[in-house]
Design a protein around this ligand. Structure first.
Ligand SMILES: Cc1cc2nc3c(=O)[nH]c(=O)nc-3n(C[C@H](O)[C@H](O)[C@H](O)COP(=O)(O)O)c2cc1C
Length: 220
């Protein structure tokens, strides 16, 4: 049995039947899940749609509760409840699939809010100054993180000329270990804002790559 946690975060929707102004990252997510499920039947998918159920922003009470020592008060337990639920989903997952648009060269606010609840001290990472200048260590391990992205411009992939402007992929890759992900894959559709042939080709290449990756990961 493979457990997939699917996180979608575009403000736009996607449905197979309509073709206008559809979320491309959601489309790639659907393609991945459909292909994966056709290759392996024993798969359980948990879908957390961050635009439908927006995660809370962390605040002072959250930080105090997350770092509290000893037995938590009822109030502190309540403050951490959403984070607990999210961490449980992350812990149960073998593969975490994040479908994300690029907004202002980074991730959407709802996705950052999700990460702030998902990555928590003594739950997904430990902090120990005895380790010297690198006190953080992941607690979870063995997972795979797949980022399925879409952006309007282009040349944002690793090794390309505008990669330094892409704070979406690099940020998520940097956070991956703190979700227990030891392997990171990224597939992106580019040129959405141009709506030309380059966009058409890029989108089709992304779909093909998503199918290939789903097949590879389902065989593992
Ligand atoms: C608020 C907003 C900000 C955006 N910022 C960028 C950006 O910084 N760079 C870029 O290449 N595209 C940007 N875009 C274009 C989106 O990344 C593009 O439309 C992408 O396809 C959105 O993902 P989706 O199709 O899954 O909704 C932005 C779009 C919106 C709505």
């Amino acid at each position: 049995m493979k457990n997939i946690l699917y996180i979608s975060s575009s403000a736009r929707k996607y449905s197979e039947t309509s073709s206008q102004h559809q979320s491309i990252s959601r489309m790639l997510g659907e393609q991945f899940l459909t292909k994966f499920s056709s290759c392996i039947h024993e798969v359980e998918i948990t879908h957390r749609d961050l635009s439908v159920k927006q995660p809370a922003f962390i605040d002072e009470a959250f930080i105090a509760a997350a770092f509290a020592k000893g037995v938590l008060s009822e109030e502190q337990r309540l403050v951490l409840a959403e984070s607990d639920e999210i961490i449980k989903e992350v812990t149960n997952a073998d593969i975490i699939v994040i479908a994300s648009p690029m907004y202002n060269y980074g991730m959407p606010a709802v996705l950052k809010a999700w990460f702030d609840l998902a990555i928590r001290v003594n739950k997904t990472f430990s902090f120990d100054l005895a380790r010297g200048d690198k006190p953080l260590e992941p607690i979870l391990s063995g997972k795979t993180l797949v980022l399925l992205a879409s952006w309007g411009e282009f040349a944002f992939k690793k090794g390309e000329s505008q990669y330094h402007l892409n704070h979406l992929s690099s940020h998520i890759e940097q956070l991956a270990p703190y979700l227990g992900a030891e392997t990171f894959y990224e597939i992106a559709s580019e040129y959405q804002e141009f709506g030309d042939d380059r966009h058409k080709r890029s989108k089709q290449r992304a779909i093909d790559d998503v199918h290939k990756l789903a097949q590879i990961l389902s065989a593992k």
